[in-house]
Design a protein around this ligand. Structure first.
Ligand SMILES: [Zn+2]
Ligand SMILES: [Zn+2]
Length: 264
């Protein structure tokens, strides 16, 4: 399966010249397998997702902060009624999920009533999606430490395992961290929230994000095969990210960039 990074920026898009190499689109990660397509979150990177017609497409939300939902109406393929997309979240029921998007894209914030317009989007409870997908892959959810809550996800298929842990504040809730470590043990890829540096963390306690250095510690603690740092700070330039990447004290940790296709 291919892991496609369509948006790796956190919080807000960046479109200036010093941010183009790692990319300015907000978070959207696709897991593309010949039998299914899973898309984690619809930040502005969602506009570059190609919705597959020959396999089921699941759009799975971690939570509903703007950087994770704002791209939903800007993928023009989603307006094609023949593109059927199942939407779910491990965080809320299908009814609550529908209400979130009705509210987020009501006329005060968006020109058309999006949910009523897109009849091809099917809101389904996460547990039903899990059952539905059971013959294709194992999809699990796990609690993350983030203001308002966030759901992490684990996908397993044919001895390949990917963990998507955006957005998460590491090092604050021991029980949550322990569960994340055990769920990511020996996995092939962890997608990590590397919004901050260690030195930036103290005044940002409670903001719900981890550091790049904590990603390295997490990769050691889990013995995962690789860990992709994502959800880059909108203040972090290409030059700075490159420098942090060169200084990484791990050869299995790498910085995700927009457009990266990672094969597993
Ligand atoms: Zn975020
Ligand atoms: Zn968030």
């Amino acid at each position: 399966m291919d892991i496609l990074f369509h948006g790796v920026r956190g919080s807000t898009p960046t479109a200036h010249e010093n941010f183009l190499k790692y990319g300015g689109s907000t978070t959207c990660t696709e897991i593309l397998h010949k039998e299914f397509q899973i898309i984690f979150d619809a930040g502005t990177g969602f506009q570059n997702v190609s919705i597959q017609k020959d396999r089921p497409t699941y759009l799975v939300f971690s939570h509903f902060h703007y950087d994770h939902i704002q791209g939903l109406p800007f993928n023009y393929e989603i307006f094609d009624p023949s593109n059927k997309v199942t939407i779910c979240s491990g965080l809320v029921s299908s009814k609550e999920l529908r209400e979130v998007f009705v509210r987020a894209f009501q006329p005060m914030y968006f020109p058309i009533p999006l949910v009523d317009t897109l009849k091809n989007l099917k809101f389904v409870d996460f547990s039903i999606v899990q059952e539905d997908m059971a013959k294709l892959c194992v999809l699990e959810t796990i609690k993350l430490n983030h203001p308002g809550g966030a759901a992490g996800y684990i996908v397993e298929k044919n001895d390949r395992k990917v963990c998507c842990f955006l957005d998460h504040e590491y090092g604050q809730l021991e029980k949550v961290d322990k569960e994340l470590i055990s769920s990511a043990n020996n996995c092939d890829l962890v997608i990590w929230d590397g919004m901050f540096l260690d030195e930036e963390l103290p005044p940002k306690k409670g903001w719900g994000h981890s550091s790049i250095e904590q990603g390295v510690s997490f990769s050691d603690a889990t013995n995962c095969k690789s860990l992709a740092i994502a959800h880059h700070s909108p203040a972090r330039t290409d030059e700075q990210l490159k420098e942090h990447s060169n200084n990484l004290k791990s050869d299995k940790v790498f910085f995700a960039y927009q457009g990266l296709s990672h094969k597993l």
